[in-house]
Design a protein around this ligand. Structure first.
Ligand SMILES: NC(=O)c1ccc[n+]([C@@H]2O[C@H](COP(=O)([O-])OP(=O)(O)OC[C@H]3O[C@@H](n4cnc5c(N)ncnc54)[C@H](OP(=O)(O)O)[C@@H]3O)[C@@H](O)[C@H]2O)c1
Length: 284
C-alpha cells in the first residue's frame, strides 16, 4: 500500500480534507487538486508533519480549461496513479455561469469529474497494467433523485432552482459512474460512487431552498457525522483489499446500496456519456 498514489479533488476542507489526511496516514502518496494555494499548502504541511507524502496541483475545477491543465500537470508529477477521488462539489444558491458558458453546479459537480477522469485514464490504465488494478471513486449524494433536463442541462431557458441543479449534477455523476465501470472493467479499473451521508462540513451550511433548508438541519442534528468518520468509507474504498473487485456500485457506509432507478438505466447512461463528450469536445 505504501507506494500507492491517490489524486483527490476538494481536499482543502470537509470530507476531502479528512480523506486526504487519512490516506496519507495509511501510507499513500496524495496529490490534491485545489483552487486555493494557501489552504492546499496547509493540508500538505499537515500531511508532511505526520510523516506522509503530498503534493498540490492548483486548479479551479469549475473551469474545463483548468481541469484539463490539472490532469496534464498530474501526468507529469506522478509515475503511477492508483486512485482518483472526484470529491470537490458545491451547491450554488443563485444561478451562476462559468466563463466557459456552463451553469456552475453542472460544471463543478459533473463536467469537471468527467473531464478529469477522461484525461487521467491513460496513466490509470498503465498503473492497472503494471500493478494489477486502479480505482476511480466519485463522491455523489443521496440527493440525486431528480430527472435529467436533457433539453436544458445548463438552465439557459429554465428557471434556476439550486436544489434541483444539485440533485441533477449528482444524478449525472452517478449515471456516469455506472457507464464508466462497464467501459473500464476489462482494463482492471474499478469505478464506484459513494453517498457519504450527511457530513458536518461547510456544504451543509449552504443557503438551500425548500425542502432542503428544513431537511438538512434535522438530519444533521440526528445523524450528521464528522468529516473524519465519513472519510472512513472513501479511504476503505480507495485502499482496502476488501474493496478490491468491487465495481459499478453505489456505496454508503461501506455497504452496496441501490441508487435511484433512472440512474441505473443503461440506455440513459450511454446517451449521457455521448452527450457529455459532445459538450466537452473542445477540452477532450
Ligand atoms: N456534506 C455532506 O453532507 C455531503 C452529503 C452528500 C454528498 N456530499 C459531497 O461530498 C463532497 C465534499 O463536500 P463537503 O461536504 O466536504 O463540502 P466542503 O467542505 O464545502 O468541501 C468542498 C471542497 O470542494 C472544493 N471546491 C469547491 N469549488 C471548487 C472549485 N471551483 N475548484 C476546486 N475546488 C473546489 C472546496 O475548495 P475550497 O476550500 O477552496 O472552497 C472544498 O475543498 C461534495 O461532492 C459534496 O457534494 C457532501
Amino acid at each position: 500500500m505504501e507506494d500507492k498514489t491517490v489524486v483527490i479533488t476538494g481536499a482543502t476542507s470537509g470530507l476531502g480534507r479528512a480523506t486526504a489526511l487519512q490516506l496519507a496516514q495509511k501510507g499513500a502518496s496524495v496529490v490534491i487538486i485545489a483552487r486555493n494555494n494557501t489552504k492546499a499548502n496547509e493540508v500538505i504541511t499537515e500531511i508532511k508533519r505526520e510523516g506522509g507524502n503530498g503534493q498540490v496541483v492548483i486548479s479551479d475545477l469549475s473551469s474545463m480549461k483548468d481541469t484539463k491543465e490539472a490532469a496534464d500537470s498530474i501526468t507529469k508529477v506522478v509515475d503511477r496513479l492508483d486512485v482518483l477521488i472526484n470529491n470537490a462539489g458545491a451547491h450554488f444558491p443563485k444561478y451562476r455561469e462559468t466563463p466557459e458558458g456552463f451553469e456552475s453546479t453542472l460544471a463543478l459537480n459533473y463536467l469537471s469529474p468527467f473531464l478529469l477522469t477522461h484525461h487521467l485514464i491513460e496513466p490509470m490504465k498503465q498503473t492497472a497494467s503494471d500493478y494489477g488494478e486502479a480505482r476511480v471513486i466519485n463522491i455523489t449524494s443521496i440527493m440525486h433523485k431528480s430527472p435529467i433536463n436533457w433539453n436544458d442541462l445548463n438552465y439557459k431557458n429554465t428557471t434556476y432552482h439550486s436544489n434541483t441543479a444539485y440533485y441533477q449534477s449528482k444524478h449525472l455523476l452517478t449515471s456516469f459512474t455506472y457507464y464508466l465501470s462497464r467501459k473500464l472493467k476489462e482494463r482492471d479499473i474499478a469505478v464506484n460512487c459513494i453517498h457519504p451521508g450527511l457530513v458536518k462540513t461547510a456544504l451543509i451550511h449552504s443557503d438551500y431552498a425548500f425542502p432542503m433548508n428544513l431537511i438538512v438541519p434535522i438530519v444533521d442534528f440526528f445523524i450528521g457525522e464528522s468529516p473524519d468518520q465519513a472519510a472512513e468509507t472513501p479511504v476503505w474504498l480507495a485502499l482496502s483489499n476488501e474493496a478490491k473487485g468491487m465495481n459499478g456500485e453505489y456505496i454508503h457506509h461501506r455497504k452496496i446500496k441501490k441508487s435511484w432507478a433512472p440512474t441505473r438505466d443503461e440506455r440513459a447512461q450511454f446517451k449521457l456519456y455521448n452527450f457529455t463528450l459532445r459538450l466537452l469536445d473542445k477540452w477532450l
